[in-house]
Design a protein around this ligand. Sequence first.
Ligand SMILES: NC(=O)c1ccc[n+]([C@@H]2O[C@H](COP(=O)([O-])OP(=O)(O)OC[C@H]3O[C@@H](n4cnc5c(N)ncnc54)[C@H](OP(=O)(O)O)[C@@H]3O)[C@@H](O)[C@H]2O)c1
Length: 258
Amino acid sequence: MQLELEGKAFLITGGSAGLGRALARTLVGEGASVALLARGAERLAATAEELREAGGDVLELSGDVTRLEDLERFVELARERFARIDGVVNNAGTLAAGSFAEHDDSVWEADLSLKLMGAVRLTRVALPALRESKGVVLNTLSITGKAPEAYTTPTSVSRAAGLALTKALSRELAPEGIRVNAVLIGVIESAQLEHRASLAGVQPAEYYKRMVSDARIPLGRVGHPHEYGDLAAFLLSPRASYLTGAAINLDGGLCPLA
Ligand SMILES: NC(=O)c1ccc[n+]([C@@H]2O[C@H](COP(=O)([O-])OP(=O)(O)OC[C@H]3O[C@@H](n4cnc5c(N)ncnc54)[C@H](OP(=O)(O)O)[C@@H]3O)[C@@H](O)[C@H]2O)c1
């Protein structure tokens, strides 16, 4: 199947590592241009260079999704460079866990600002360009948005709000030909999980093995970032033209809810 992404341009927040980087690789491989936003300039530059070596037309901006001015600049630069924006991928985020009693207002506000308001801000700023292209919005969420777990209160609430945002916006923008979908992640290999493995003093492979057995992932393994890249690229592509308002679990069967 041809994804028909050649010549299109996509913005990805959190594009320097993990899922965002895997998606950028897939899009570049399909002939699309990508603009990446992340805070850490060094890792971002390395990812952008790797994508250019693969033949990609890449724009990178060091910025933070919690800062509106960074997102305005991101959209402005992308429009100048590519003269179009065909989709935005609201993907930046971090793992978060802990007990409810330990989370003061600042923890809640930070989680909502990063995971919910980051997506709200970028989508709003990019909307004029998406209207011109009849573009696509894709939100990377977590299965905790559908099936909240203990010790995940702020992140589960942020992700549930992300689901509501996806559905409400999909219905509001459908008459304009703009599609809005979400991918809900279970456990996929990532920089954050590898950092946790090193804090626990174990190799990533051993850490993932423990996660599979503790969480009882039905497919018996964690996911690979390229599996997200494949699904996300499809959702961004014209081949998914009748798909909007969907929230698809990418979790090896982990989430108890469809
Ligand atoms: N991997 C999983 O198992 C899993 C599970 C559930 C949900 N998710 C969600 O999937 C998304 C991608 O995660 P990942 O696994 O790919 O994590 P990752 O490998 O740690 O990558 C996270 C990316 O987000 C960027 N980022 C973090 N905070 C940011 C901010 N405030 N502004 C701009 N960029 C920011 C990071 O770069 P900088 O740090 O340099 O800014 C990095 O590029 C996240 O929203 C995560 O919560 C992942």
